[in-house]
Design a binder for this molecule. Structure first.
Ligand code: TLP
Length: 343
């Protein structure tokens, strides 16, 4: 039985074309800036996002950490969403490794931070306070139903931050999903922020890696920060080669994943006792009501027995993520399995 893995889009294996490109990749020592494949990927990424420069990093977590370390010094403060990946799921790396205080403000259900909340969280110059340096946004917002932030909203936050002398970092792990969902060029989503990280190893299917993009000075600083966290990767062209295929081939098809997530949501909504959250990209959350008489563990285990994997999350919420390796037939099989387990 083929396993249908909806736990995350991080589970995506590289495509045959990626494996071929990896096999053939020209490589060099990237710490000496001599890996032509990494150099090409970094240039391509910067160009796609309309930024001056890019930096290949090992993961999304490393990209966010390196951005934080570059924008902020020890003792500085960064405003983050209270449901953001950076705040919840990165081991507090900014504090642990950078001496940076996260200042959480509430994420609204659509993943935004209220402008007034950001404004109120900015510290005045006072000997008692850390200095506020940075505002972090996340697009699409993982924990807020995979919702995309609009170009207009992102620009509003950037203008507010810049007017107060702060910088803005965007965790754009799934920024190409946001662009596909909103029908805009990805440049519009990032044009006013100071740095943006996006992942190759999620919906874009590459096996490893993320890119951090910004202006030339920022990337020069980030290159130093990447080295100190052990991210100087030598012949990384074998990885970057898959990333190039990801950027060339995989961004324009993400709407298919969104359509399948929507179809899954519509099917689940027909099953009694299932409550589905609004879905706009490839991330779908749902919960089951008490009347179905199944614990979250029973549901996850019952689906696993039927070859379907998904994640049980906090407060009885479940997450299913569609991606390149999920087909229409898989969605039908998942719905049948759900009906059986909840019957
Ligand atoms: N998210 C993973 C898990 O860590 C939860 C997932 O399965 O969704 N920013 C965002 C918005 C993310 O969703 C993730 C990964 C990261 C950063 C970190 O990326 P990696 O896993 O490459 O370090």
């Amino acid at each position: 039985m083929r396993v249908i893995d909806l736990r995350s889009d991080t589970v995506t294996h590289p495509t045959p074309e990626m494996r071929e490109a990896m096999y053939r990749a020209e490589v060099g020592d990237d710490v000496f800036r001599e890996d032509p494949t990494v150099n090409r990927l970094e240039e391509m990424a910067a160009e796609r996002l309309g930024r001056e420069a890019g930096l290949f990093v090992a993961s999304g977590t490393m990209g966010n950490l390196v951005a934080l370390l570059t924008h902020c010094g020890r003792g500085d403060e960064a405003i983050v969403g209270d449901r953001s990946h950076t705040f919840l799921f990165e081991q507090g790396g900014m504090a642990a490794l950078g001496g940076i205080t996260p200042r959480p403000v509430p994420n609204q259900p659509d993943g935004t931070l209220r402008l007034t909340d950001i404004e109120e969280a900015i510290r005045e110059d006072n000997v008692h306070f850390p200095r506020t340096r940075l505002v972090c946004l996340e697009n699409t917002h993982n924990m807020c139903n995979g919702t995309p932030l609009t170009p207009e909203y992102t620009a509003q936050v950037a203008r507010l931050a810049h007017a107060r002398g702060l910088r803005v970092h965007l965790d754009g792990a799934r920024i190409f999903n946001a662009a596909a969902a909103l029908g805009v060029d990805v440049r519009e989503l990032v044009q006013e922020v100071d740095s943006v990280m996006f992942c190759l190893s999620k919906g874009l299917c590459a096996p490893v890696g993320s890119l951090l993009c910004g202006d030339t000075d920022f990337i020069a600083g980030a290159r130093r920060a990447r080295k100190v966290v052990g991210g100087g990767m030598r012949q990384a062209g074998v990885l970057a080669a898959a990333g190039i295929v990801a950027l060339e081939r995989m961004t324009d098809r993400l709407a298919e994943d969104h359509a399948r997530a929507r179809r899954l949501a519509e099917g689940l909504a027909q099953i009694s006792g299932v409550e589905v959250a609004p879905v706009s990209t490839n991330i779908l959350y749902f919960s089951i009501t008490d009347e179905v008489g199944r614990t979250p563990e029973e549901l996850v285990d019952g689906l696993m027995e039927r070859g379907v994997l998904l994640l049980g999350r906090e407060n009885g919420r479940f997450r299913a993520v569609t991606h390149y390796w999920i087909t229409d037939e898989d969605i039908d099989r998942v719905l049948r399995a759900m009906e059986e387990v909840l019957a």
